[in-house]
Design a protein around this ligand. Structure first.
Ligand SMILES: [Zn+2]
Length: 181
């Protein structure tokens, strides 16, 4: 085994450890989670974002205005093109897309917001699957998400592709996920 291979394996191991550490239900306001898998011609993705990032609140919608905000966000998130931008030349077609609100109990590990511990912490979850005729041309994916949701600051991305599993953090300053070839 060459020295380069050893280093590569160490990097992959570090990536995997980092990814499993985030696999829990806590959320941090401003920070969403993305799981993305690229396999053959399929791009699958799950986005989970705190309600605070998407609509600015996390309690159950009470007023007509709040309910409308939830409905609108669900509609927006049900379109993957509202979240990511892919090069036209990749010829991607949406084959599955859904969005939902998931609420967690206030006592479930929300160390970051003691101020509203008794309230539910709503998160938005969106799932997408796209089939891309020319997936190999995708060098990077732009998250237009940040342009649409002003409170969103960063996304922790776990990407699984032919190179293995990698963890990336992208943010509103550089909202781009670069794919390794
Ligand atoms: Zn919260």
């Amino acid at each position: 085994m060459t020295k380069r291979n050893v280093i590569l394996i160490l990097i992959l191991m570090t990536c995997s450890l980092g990814a499993s550490a985030t696999a829990q239900s806590t959320h941090v306001h401003g920070q969403g989670q993305v799981s993305m898998a690229i396999d053959q011609n399929l791009l699958s993705m799950t986005l989970e974002s705190p309600g605070a990032d998407i609509i600015g609140f996390e309690h159950e919608a009470r007023t007509a205005e709040e309910k409308a905000a939830v409905r609108e966000a669900l509609k927006q998130l049900s379109d993957p093109m509202f979240v990511i931008q892919l090069p036209e030349s990749a010829s991607c077609k949406v084959i599955q897309a859904s969005s939902e609100v998931a609420s967690e109990n206030g006592d479930e590990g929300h160390a970051d917001h003691e101020d509203h511990e008794s309230e539910a912490h709503g998160s938005f979850i969106a799932e997408y699957q796209l089939a891309c005729a020319n997936i190999a041309v995708i060098d990077f994916i732009t998250f237009v998400y940040f342009g649409h949701f002003r409170n969103a600051q960063s996304l922790m991305v776990v990407l699984i592709d032919k190179n293995g599993q990698h963890r990336h953090e992208i943010n509103r300053d550089i909202p781009i996920l670069f794919l390794e070839k």
